[in-house]
Design a binder for this molecule. Structure first.
Ligand SMILES: CC(=O)N[C@H](C=O)[C@@H](O)[C@H](O)[C@H](O)COP(=O)(O)O
Length: 238
């Protein structure tokens, strides 16, 4: 699916994107399960699906074939430094698998193939794809937009050395990017764990909000219920 930025933004504007991923070793980590996760998310109203990650290109291709909403694809190579679609070759592969948008690390940290982020953007545009820059600060967002990113996302806030580490989402970064980049759509992503927080991101100027864990990880959901239950232990007799 090839879309112009305007077409893509029209599709997602004011809506939810669901990130359908599971880490290595997770009980849900296989491609058919990720596909069903994506189908369930679309049934619930997801405007687009973000997928790939450690499942990589096979997940992107399988989800793309199974849903009729745009796919934001990524690969993940490790967990340190630049690991989200870190190379030009990875971006090509994600787009060739049918993603409308490639989500890639948009920071200025060194990339494993020695390329610059602008090289990845040019390569993706050459394939007719759009680029979502995952960043952690306003300055990174500005640099990514200058390098040609079609959209920027707050995905990496809390996961880099120069961004604040917090339990909840970085709503301040959403607002700051919106102000600094009036012509570049901002996607809110990272630790949106409630419908209210997702709505707050849209109110702060996000074009759309990405939710992953809080929708797609039953282990995380169970742990939050289990913790609440443990807090009540002894209040009522069985
Ligand atoms: C930092 C990083 O590697 N984020 C990844 C990006 O694709 C995913 O692991 C997250 O699940 C995704 O960003 C959605 O966030 P959350 O699961 O918090 O709703």
């Amino acid at each position: 699916m090839r879309l112009t930025r305007e077409e893509f933004v029209r599709t997602i504007h004011g809506r939810l994107i669901v990130s359908c991923q599971a880490p290595e070793g997770h009980p849900l980590r296989d491609t058919p399960t990720i596909v069903r996760m994506a189908q369930a998310a679309v049934r619930g109203g997801a405007a687009a699906i973000r997928c790939g990650g450690v499942g990589g290109v096979p997940d992107v291709a399988a989800v793309r074939a199974a849903v009729d909403v745009p796919v934001l694809g990524l690969t993940k190579d490790g967990t340190e430094g630049v690991y989200i679609t870190p190379t030009v070759a990875a971006a090509h592969a994600v787009l060739d698998a049918g993603a409308a948008v490639v989500a890639a690390d948009g920071t200025s940290r060194p990339r494993p193939d020695g390329s610059a982020f602008a090289d990845l953007v040019a390569a993706a545009h050459g394939r007719g794809g759009l680029v979502l820059a995952d960043v952690s600060t306003v300055d990174e967002g500005i640099a990514a937009a200058e390098a040609g990113a079609d959209l920027v996302a707050t995905t990496l806030s809390g996961y880099t050395g120069n961004s604040p580490h917090r339990d909840g989402p970085d709503l301040d970064l959403v607002a700051a990017l919106r102000k600094a980049l009036p012509a570049t759509p901002v996607i809110a992503e990272g630790r949106y764990h409630s419908p209210d927080s997702a709505a707050a991101a849209l109110a702060r100027g996000a074009a759309a909000v990405v939710v992953g864990t809080a929708i797609t990880d039953p282990a995380w959901l169970t742990a939050s219920f289990a913790a609440a239950a443990a807090g009540q232990t002894g209040v009522l007799s069985p």
